[in-house]
Design a protein around this ligand. Structure first.
Ligand SMILES: *Cc1c(COP(=O)(O)O)cnc(C)c1O
Length: 654
């Protein structure tokens, strides 16, 4: 185990973080430059040492040829243009950026990615990525450990995880795996395999617990292995022909008329990738049922009611999604209550997968892990914060280990370059059902050990060719900053503390501008995303409040027609809708802002209340070096905007 440095006390700088990033001012430029030059040279020597007897194919004098020079100048020109154009990029690195879910990049990941790029590994399989494909499988195990899944590949029920281009594709993979697990026992029944102890009818087969399906699948493989080569092939083909992946949805449900296309349940706060996924898999977005929330967290009672109705109507459910850190509000669903709801409805014959969409909040799990992998108690975690974590938030993280699969985005709270999402399932044996080629049919038993098997990643993942450099970046980052509270956890710790400071500043700001503006935190933040609702005093109409907030947002968002430096801060907006919050919550918020409930117009853009949304993931929001709080500066900025608009309003009226 790595020796860990002491954690910083409240209000002090964590010096480990100083070496983690290039920095808002590019402070660590020399460090990054040194690394890049060192490893670029290293790469060149590697090329030369492959067969040093092969002479250079490009002549030493080639660089003087006019065509060479012409090419070089064209390339330079285009690169200069690119570099110039990129100066209009959004300054994610700056503590003045509190908009979307992105910030500076971790140096170990950035350097690992850059140094791997010229080797160009393709993680589709070991043939194209002998080094980085193992790293990707290791990343899956690292994340599994962080989540509380079994992560020892020697165990039969070890977890498995892989990278994707992002959370969206990881969510597709979750749907794909859940559907494969659900429909497989039905296919086995239809194929008429003797002596496997199969469920008695299609409904029971379609509602087998994931663990039971995995056990059934193991029995089926063992049974196959005992057959002669020819029989094995024949039975395998017979089962494959019955599978939903082979028949397609329409045919599968036509052959099994007692079954219906299953629903996917997700909170109304779910990311739109779920709707995309339903369309992509052909399940249809109509089958995505949005469960109401309380305080923007899935309402367990509403979930119970939905599940009871499904059981009654014999409406199958494919999966229930719990969101761990909603994209718009940062709120954390009660994962424990979702598991309890499933347990409750199992007695009525309904079963389904529980998937956690932790694309945003996944890395917060590091705050809850000891170095030895044990879960930290709420009291242990709470010692580092003012309010965090609520008992509900702690219970949600504690329950992760009992779910079936999780989506985590290294390119969000993992501070890594884009192109890095991850899908992790609790029991890797389920992945057999996704394999494009069932090797056990040809070899008689499951091939090789865990690591050997997953070197053929392309067999199991939704994508084909994929970046090995991205895998190297995630792997190296997790090695430099292991996924526990003493290492990686320092990052989310800094951001959750910043969010607590932000919340306190917001409350003070609300009092300071109370003479001209109603300001409200619409709900208690669960972690590091804080929303703020506002309405100019005297205005009673939602349309007026929205117009004011949209105008404010115009000063907070990127505008390519203006120099970047014109922007003081970057923020983002989202909205609150009655169908998301429920009528009582919406009423509470409108009342607190002195808005007329009737002014929520049913059509047009003002059927919702626009609010500010702040993602507080920049590690330099509090600059201890210079005694600057960018959070306080942000509220001073808001205060100026509020006062200026109040003056304009007064001039206009009178
Ligand atoms: C960001 C996000 C996604 C989508 O992830 P991408 O990496 O953008 O594809 C899905 N779910 C949640 C909760 C998210 O925050």
């Amino acid at each position: 185990m790595m020796a860990a440095l002491p954690l910083p006390a409240h209000g002090t700088r964590d010096h480990t973080l100083d070496a983690c990033f290039l920095g808002p001012y590019g402070e660590n430029d020399a460090l990054l430059e040194k690394l890049l030059v060192e490893f670029l040279r290293d790469h060149v020597y590697w090329r030369r040492n492959f067969h040093p007897e092969d002479p250079p194919a490009i002549a030493t004098a080639a660089a003087h040829h006019p065509d060479y020079l012409a090419f070089e100048s064209r390339m330079r020109r285009e690169l200069h243009l690119l570099s110039a154009a990129l100066k209009k990029s959004v300054p994610f690195h700056s503590p003045r950026y509190v908009g979307h879910m992105v910030s500076d990049l971790l140096l170990p990941g950035l350097a690992a990615q850059m140094l791997t790029l010229p080797y160009n590994p393709n993680n589709v399989s070991e043939d194209a990525a002998p080094v980085t494909v193992d790293m990707e499988v290791q990343v899956g195990l690292q994340l599994a450990r962080m989540l509380g899944y079994p992560h020892d590949p020697a165990l039969p029920a070890c977890a498995f995880g892989h990278l994707t281009s992002g959370g969206t594709v990881a969510n597709y993979q979750a749907l794909r795996l859940a559907l494969a697990l659900k429909a497989f026992p039905v296919a086995l029944r239809a194929a008429g395999i003797p002596e496997l102890d199969l469920p008695t009818d299609d409904w029971a087969a379609f509602n087998l617990a994931a663990a039971d399906t995995i056990a059934l699948q193991e029995r089926w493989q063992a049974w196959l292995a005992a057959q002669t080569q020819g029989e094995r092939k024949r039975w395998h083909q017979r089962v494959e022909a019955e599978r939903i992946e082979h028949r397609g949805l329409a045919d599968f449900f036509a052959v099994h008329p007692t079954l219906r296309v299953p629903l996917v349940l997700a909170p109304v706060t779910a990311h739109y990738s779920w709707s995309k996924g339903m369309k992509l898999l052909g399940l249809g977005s109509h089958q995505l049922r949005l469960v109401p929330t309380r305080g923007m967290r899935m309402d367990p009672q509403a979930l119970d009611a939905t599940l009871a109705a499904c059981a009654r109507e014999r409406q199958p459910v494919l999966m229930c999604v719990a969101v761990l850190g909603s994209t718009e509000y940062g709120t954390i669903d009660p994962v424990d209550a979702v598991l309890a709801a499933r347990k409750g409805v199992r007695t009525q014959g309904l079963d389904f997968s529980v998937h956690v969409d932790a694309a945003w909040g996944g890395y917060l799990a590091t705050l809850f892990r000891h170095q030895d992998g044990r879960l930290r108690t709420r009291t242990e975690v709470a010692a580092d914060y003012v309010h965090f974590p609520t008992p509900e938030v702690h219970a949600a993280f504690a329950a992760l280990g009992d779910t079936d699969s999780v989506t985590v985005d290294p390119h969000k709270l993992g501070y890594l370059p884009y192109g890095a999402g991850a899908f992790i399932c609790r029991d890797h044996r389920a992945m057999t059902l996704l394999a494009e080629r069932a090797d056990y049919v040809f070899h008689g038993s499951t091939p090789g050990d865990y690591l050997t098997r997953y070197r053929s990643l392309g067999q199991f993942v939704p994508e084909g060719s994929k970046s090995g450099a991205a895998a190297a970046a995630v792997y190296v980052t997790h090695k430099v900053l292991p996924l526990d509270y003493r290492h990686f956890g320092r990052l989310p710790m800094a951001t959750v503390r910043a969010a607590e400071i932000f919340t306190a500043c917001a409350q003070r700001f609300a009092l300071e501008v109370a003479d001209v503006m109603h300001v409200l935190l619409p709900f208690v933040p669960d972690s590091n995303l804080v929303c703020l609702a506002m309405n100019p005093r005297g205005n009673r109409e939602v349309a007026g409040a929205n117009a004011w907030l949209r105008a404010l947002h115009d000063t907070l968002r990127c505008d390519p027609s203006q120099p970047l430096q014109m922007k003081e801060f970057f923020g983002s907006v989202t909205s609150l809708r009655p169908d998301m919050l429920g009528p009582a919550e919406m009423q509470r918020i409108l009342d607190a802002l002195d808005l007329e409930p009737d002014s929520l117009a049913g059509d047009g853009d003002d059927d919702r209340l626009v609010i500010l949304r702040h993602t507080l993931m920049n590690p330099f929001l509090i600059d201890h070096e210079n005694g600057i709080s960018y959070i306080e500066r942000y509220f001073e900025f808001l205060q100026r905007k509020v006062r200026a608009s109040a003056l304009t309003a007064r001039a206009a009226t009178g």
